[in-house]
Design a protein around this ligand. Sequence first.
Ligand code: X2X
Length: 339
Amino acid sequence: MQRRTFIAAALALFAAASGNALADGYRTEYRLSTVLGTAFPWGQAGERWAELVKEKTQGRINIKLYPGTSLVGGDQTREFTAIRQGVIDLAVGSTINWSPQVKELNLFALPFLMPDYKAIDALTQGEVGNELFAVIEKREVIPLAWGENGFREMSNSKHAVTTPADMKGLKFRVVGSPLFNETFSALGANPTQMSWADAQPALASGAVDGQENPLSVFVAAKLPTVGQKYLTLWHYVADPLIFVVNKDVWASWTPADREAVRQAALQAGRENIAAARKGIAGSDNAVLKQIETAGVTVSAISGEQRAAFVQATRPVYDKWAKSIGTDLVKKAETAITKR
Ligand code: X2X
């Protein structure tokens, strides 16, 4: 075969194999990954982003939601790598799940760094947020907007917890960053890392006694029905969400469409933060009321009790601050003090 004929044939074959490519290099469909589905503010954020993108690009960019981190078989700690590799085109992901690859994102999981919602905003909406976006972009993933999973509260099936001593011997399911293992170990508990998909059966069977997740997740996942009867409001960490696009996919779009996708992410992000805080933040405690009605014992911790948790986890904070970057952690602490 002549060289040119061979190249033409190879190109034709390639085009046939990538059957969902349109003439202008756009695909007929892009895959968006989230951990939680549309019963949760997180999944709704993905759905909303897709809807807004379709609207703003007059249907040129068509996004399909893949909840349950199904594109990586539910292993949420592999999501970031899959975005880089192009297995996932877009994602709304938690800082926790991407922190094994982007160590700076462990910032939000430093125990008791952020005392309130204003502190989260001071980080994500300020210089620290911009710096973290630059770090992600250096890893060849395009960050567009912040969202929110929420302050992660602790629950268990055994008894009320208001001091580190109450946690002694309790088995907790923790998420996939080693920082969580170390925090719960420092508090005297027995942590086990597992995915969210594995967490629910583990709670139901009693293989683990407790877990930590935002109240919106606690309610929508119906955790009281799997024995989670004791809830402690300790606000120890919060996980923001980040809206991102794979770099090659991003480059394949026109500047106007990129701007449309960015604006859609910013709008979906704002709506997501409002949804994640609804019934939880400020004077609106409807979600908490709903949880108490379900028969859950809710413990708020006093300043003194909080100090005991802070003290017990301080060595973990100091150790991880070094790995995250002392300058970045200092910047975050200053932004929070000034909020
Ligand atoms: O796995 C969890 O706990 C969840 C759903 O909150 C995250 O993906 C961080």
